[in-house]
Design a protein around this ligand. Structure first.
Ligand SMILES: Nc1nc2c(c(=O)[nH]1)N[C@H]1C(S)=C(S)[C@@H](COP(=O)(O)OP(=O)(O)OC[C@H]3O[C@@H](n4cnc5c(N)ncnc54)[C@H](O)[C@@H]3O)O[C@H]1N2
Ligand code: MOO
Length: 631
């Protein structure tokens, strides 16, 4: 198998490829009705055919008069004008040739057979003369104008009904892969619904193109070649999705090379490195990697730029914000990396939290706000460094609450109650991580559930210990039942912590409240970590450990009852814990926090959470403890 994948820097690929495209441009023209012109780009200069208004018209409801007749009127010498010397008109009505002025209706006294006025009118007052707005033969728009709603209104008013615009460039989208199935078919194991084609189609539409999604093509050279040939004839730009990397079934570059030429295969970006740039005849054919985020990055950073260049448009710059990085980000020196991040605004400062790096993780784009772009040859950034983020969302950060800490399903339900007025942006780092985030001013609040083994009490001693000097308000959210998740029917008869000896568990990460609880209970029963298989394998959520038990890879896992629901697992209740929110004092006293408190104490919210099972929210929203503020 021949593997050929270079690692060319992005700018070099883009610059070089545009050069290879020579004089090829998307410049076909079509004539359309002006009413279909929204967001279309004019391919002609347009001059008005008609003046607006096209007759002298009244600007007010009132009486048309001759200014001459009104000259001597004043408050002491009112003038009476008989019906022959005036004419009533509404706003917009034509001015008759014998008149040259309009007096507003509220400035006249109606008398029998005429009006009385107490002030003179000046010539052309309250009249919109011909061409006041647009004059016939005025230049309205030049080639290249992207038509907006008022543009279309002005064109119609000035007598333009047909316009010449650039044709929407046609973009072929060819999904490939034996495992890919139509987007609306329920997938079996090993099958992947074609979600990328819709990602591409909608991006192309946003850029002003006309996408066509071709049928899914299996991994087969001849079939792919046939579809590419076909698409090449019918389109201006061809995108082949997947089959771009080094695997033996990756035919995209072979097909392009057979029909035309590949100029670049492999870009020094991550994700997105196996992208392919080639040409068949004069038309560009681009191989976009299969992983959704790799695909998104290649579409945003390369395909969009090629597309808009060929369309003769500038690439709009992304909005940028600068903020403090909450976690270190390491980067491979070989690539320019696109790390998806969440952005939060705490007080006046932005905080930037990096998300997971996997190229398959669409959720890092849907949950993320922007890219932290780490240049090639950079090792990355340290926690606390100020970094710049290029935004891909339009979120209102002033109405986004940041929650960094332990995850609980109640937070998801809280988010549904806060929407659409407020967003809740959560990151799950465990209880201790949450406390540290509050301490460093990186979050508005943190969910925690930390047992103090000495006192048997939850959370308070940790707040006292770690947030002394910082200040914090501890608000109760829920009592929830922790226990052991085991297989349906409890075949191993696991009834208490003691029964974990010699069994395999799925454990939570250090710093997680559930881990602290397990350690506490194990110590009480004198069980050493070495006596429990899997103790060192860490998972970050309740659902993740539940999944391990469900799959049979683990015999048991400590977690909350609600996570077992829907998974058909057995639950052995062991402990009632208190899941609370630590709120920074600044946020606690801000008006926005009231909205959270309102939800916490609402019946509807409490009921919805309790319905998950294993929860009691009788006291949610109550203050448990206040740690003094900074002085
Ligand atoms: N041995 C190597 N394997 C891989 C390499 C490598 O260098 N050596 N590169 C990896 C990188 S990086 C990427 S990115 C991917 C690129 O893969 P391909 O473009 O060849 O695409 P596939 O392997 O066919 O699929 C990858 C992944 O994407 C899913 N996919 C594909 N099409 C769609 C679609 N239309 N909708 C949704 N999802 C789609 C596909 O099912 C796979 O899961 O290769 C790595 N491997
Ligand atoms: O380039 Mo791949 O897209 O790194 O994941």
């Amino acid at each position: 198998m021949m593997i050929y994948l270079n690692n060319t820097p992005l700018d070099e690929v883009l610059g070089g490829f545009l050069k290879e495209l020579g004089d090829y441009r998307f410049n076909s023209i079509e004539t359309i009705s002006v009413i279909d012109g929204l967001d279309r780009v004019l391919a002609e200069n347009i001059f008005a055919k008609r003046s607006v208004p096209h007759y002298h018209s009244s600007a007010m409801d009132g009486y048309q008069v001759r200014a001459e007749d009104t000259k001597t009127a004043n408050i002491d010498n009112p003038i009476f004008l008989s019906m022959e010397k005036i004419k009533y008109c509404d706003t917009g009505e034509p001015i008759e040739p014998q008149f040259d002025s309009v007096i507003k209706i509220e400035d006249v006294h109606k008398r029998d057979n005429g009006i009385e006025i107490i002030g003179g009118a000046t010539k052309w007052q309250n009249i919109r003369p011909i061409g006041e707005d647009i004059t016939a033969h005025d230049l309205l728009f030049t080639t290249g104008r992207k038509l907006q709603p008022m543009d279309i209104a002005a064109l119609i008013a000035s007598g333009i009904y047909q316009i010449k615009v650039f044709k929407k460039p046609k973009v072929a989208i060819i999904p490939t892969g034996d495992e890919i199935i139509p987007w609306n078919k329920e997938p079996m194991i090993g099958e992947i619904p074609d979600s990328n084609s819709q990602l591409f189609a909608n991006m192309v539409k946003k850029w002003g193109g006309e996408p066509t999604v071709y049928p899914i093509t299996p991994d087969n050279f001849d079939l792919l070649e046939k579809v590419v040939k076909n698409a090449w004839e019918e389109n201006d730009l061809i995108l082949v999705n997947a089959g771009s990397s080094a695997g033996s079934e990756d035919y995209t570059s072979k097909v392009i090379n057979h029909l035309g030429k590949v100029y670049y295969h492999g870009v020094a970006i991550k994700p997105g490195k196996p992208a392919i740039f080639g040409k068949i005849g004069k038309k560009p054919v681009i191989g976009v990697p299969g992983y959704p985020v790799s695909a998104f990055v290649v579409m945003e950073e390369l395909v969009k730029k090629v597309f808009l260049y060929l369309k003769g448009e500038k690439v709009p710059e992304r909005k940028k914000v600068e903020g403090k990085l909450t976690k270190p980000v390491n980067s491979d020196l070989k690539f320019q990396e696109y790390v998806r991040v969440k952005v939060g605004k705490i007080g006046k400062e932005y905080v930037i939290t990096p998300l997971a790096r996997g190229a398959a993780l669409m959720s890092t784009v849907t949950q993320g706000d922007g890219f932290l772009i780490i240049p090639q040859n950079s090792e990355g950034y340290r926690a606390g460094e100020m970094v710049q983020v290029e935004l891909f969302t339009e979120k209102d950060f002033d109405n986004t609450f940041v929650s960094i800490g332990s995850h609980d399903l109640a937070l998801d339900i809280l988010a549904t109650h806060l929407a659409p007025k407020f967003n809740l942006s959560s990151a799950h780092v465990g209880s201790l991580g949450g406390i540290m985030a509050v301490k460093k001013g990186e979050t508005h609040f943190a969910g925690i559930h930390l047992l103090d083994p000495q006192t048997g009490q939850y959370n308070i001693s940790y707040v006292k210990k770690y947030l002394k000097g910082t200040g914090a308000v501890l608000i109760h959210l829920a009592k929830r039942t922790q226990g052991l998740m085991v297989a349906k029917g409890n075949p191993l008869n696991i009834k208490s912590i003691k029964d974990l000896k010699g069994r395999t568990i799925a454990n939570r990460q250090k710093g997680a409240g559930t881990r602290v609880l397990l350690d506490y209970l194990m110590e009480k029963e004198n069980i050493k970590p070495e006596e429990v298989e899997g103790y060192t394998r860490e998972f970050f959520t309740h659902l993740a450990v539940a999944q391990e038990v469900k799959s049979g890879r683990a015999d048991a896992a400590m977690g909350i009852y609600a996570a077992t629901k829907g998974m058909d697992l057995h639950f052995v209740p062991l402990y009632q814990e208190s899941y609370d929110l630590i709120v920074s004092p600044e946020f606690y006293y801000s008006p926005n926090f009231k909205s959270i408190l309102e939800v916490l104490s609402s019946e509807k919210f409490r009921r919805e959470v309790e319905e998950l099972g294993g929860y009691n929210l009788d006291k949610s929203g109550e203050i448990i403890f206040v740690e003094g503020e900074k002085n």
